[in-house]
Write a protein that binds this ligand. Structure first.
Ligand code: S3P
Length: 171
């Protein structure tokens, strides 16, 4: 790995495989694996749906930025972020400064199939197909700032991890 790469940061819409790929990458690199959603829940001692319900999305986003900033103070980590962590410019700048950013993508059908298993996502309440279509449209350029992009719809986790390692190593 290029010594200038301090962290690998995975961004992408919900259900694109950030958590699974981050675990695989961390185990191959011998780096720590950090999931910012899990870190938010640990620090807040409550779940993400609870934060949304009790204090709203705006408060969630400010906690998310604070956690991202703290986590990215470290090095040799693979960091899986929440799907909306890319919305704030401040976060995008920080991510590019502190590591190699890989955006995972997937087809809408694949995303719907994957997120259907987990009813915990507050932004997907209601008609799942409609919510995913709407958010994908709203966020269609949100991941463009990443150093690379991988479509995970038809690739296994090991191959996705390998592509990211190859690209990060050739920075
Ligand atoms: C969100 C994605 C979720 C979580 C929160 C908001 C989003 O993370 O951070 O529910 O705005 O896309 P995952 O992408 O890990 O599901």
């Amino acid at each position: 790995m290029d010594p200038n790469v301090h962290n690998i940061i995975l961004v992408g819409f919900m259900g694109t495989g950030k958590t699974s790929v981050s675990r695989m990458l961390a185990s191959r690199l011998g780096w720590n694996c950090v999931d910012t959603d899990a870190e938010i829940e640990r620090r807040e001692s409550r779940s993400i749906p609870e934060i949304f319900m009790q204090e709203g999305e705006c408060r969630f986003r400010s906690i998310e930025t604070a956690v991202l900033r703290d986590v990215l103070g470290g090095t040799q980590q693979v960091v899986a972020t929440g799907g909306g962590a890319v919305l704030a410019e401040e976060n995008r700048i920080l991510m590019r400064e502190r590591g190699f950013v890989a955006a995972l993508t997937a087809k809408a059908e694949t995303i719907i199939e994957r997120v259907r298993q987990d009813p915990e996502r507050p932004l997907l309440k209601g008609n799942l197909e409609e919510r995913v279509a709407r958010l994908l449209e709203d966020r269609k350029h949100a991941y463009d700032f990443a150093h690379m992009r991988v479509d995970t719809s038809h690739l296994d986790i090991g191959s996705i991890a390998q592509r990211i390692m190859d690209q990060a190593g050739s920075l």
